[in-house]
Design a protein around this ligand. Structure first.
Ligand code: VOV
Length: 248
């Protein structure tokens, strides 16, 4: 059996994607829309408060295309908190007009392929903590997709030796690092929690950078040989001040 990689695991992660039932929504009076939008703003303000206190984080974006209209990404120390938050969100008035499109449960993950052995508890290392309990940025654009590593007989990531996987991950990280300052990436592990093995959530102020990095990585062996991808969701940041324009 190949040696399993150790992971450091941070906040729990829940991606919720919804379509808006515009036909029903448009029948509401403006005053009813205002009540609903204000209630949603209250929910997001509470998310922002938690984010500011570094007790969790979140992102709220308008998805482009017909797969969904909205993505709400929430991070918390426990799955119980995410479970309660999902319930709270579903009880908002706006949820009467939202149709679930996709959801993804995972945990912020840091693998040890490239870790330099260091003394002490890694969970106390400030650099590690910043990765495991991250501040999600409010970049203009988001790109989210789930993915697997292949388990075919000929190409099986899980049957490679630790040395081979570490070498491949090193090459992967070299490409990733060339996008420093352009893309912020969050890898969440979902083995045993959801359909795919990882969620990839990227943020950038330039949508083209998503295409650039993902295309470049396709030529790298980790993705070219072993990457299996789910649906891609891209979208535009939906800050508080844009909610009225979005819904009305
Ligand atoms: C800004 C871009 C960027 C950077 C810097 C980066 C770097 C790194 C490092 C250093 C490491 C390993 C340590 C860790 O941090 O876990 C990883 C790990 C990982 N990555 Fe990555 N990745 C990026 C970006 C990036 C992208 C765009 C993708 C999607 C691949 C594609 O073809 O669409 C991806 C995938 C992953 C995955 C699935 C893992 C976990 C693999 C596993 O088997 O455990 N990643 N990644």
């Amino acid at each position: 059996m190949s040696e399993a990689v150790n992971t450091l695991d941070g906040w729990y992660s829940l991606h919720l994607l919804y379509k808006v039932d515009w036909a029903s929504f448009k029948l509401l009076e403006d005053s009813e829309k205002d009540v609903l939008i204000n209630e949603l703003k209250g929910f997001l303000a509470r998310e922002e408060e938690v984010h500011q206190k570094n007790e969790g984080s979140y992102a709220f974006y308008n998805i482009t295309g017909q797969k969904a209209d909205l993505i709400l990404w929430m991070l918390r120390p426990t799955i119980d908190e995410l479970n309660a938050l999902e319930l709270e969100f579903n009880k908002l008035k706006v949820a009467d007009f939202l149709i679930p499109a996709y959801s993804y449960v995972s945990i912020v993950e840091l693998s040890s392929y490239l870790a330099k052995g260091s003394d002490g508890d890694p969970y106390e290392n400030p650099f590690v903590r910043a990765r495991l309990y991250p501040e999600v940025p409010k970049s203009k654009y988001i790109c989210f997709y789930p993915m697997d590593k292949k388990r075919d007989l000929d190409d099986n990531w899980y049957m490679l030796s630790m040395e081979e996987r570490s070498k491949l991950m090193y090459d992967h990280s070299k490409i990733g690092r060339s996008y420093a300052g352009k893309i912020k990436q969050f890898i969440t592990g979902s083995q045993g929690l959801d359909e795919y093995e990882w969620g990839v959530t990227l943020f950038s102020d330039d949508m083209l950078e998503f295409k650039n990095i993902i295309y470049e990585m396709r030529f790298d062996e980790v993705s070219a040989r072993y990457g299996v991808f789910g649906d891609f969701y891209v979208g535009v940041h939906l800050p508080d001040e844009s909610l009225d324009a979005f819904f009305k």
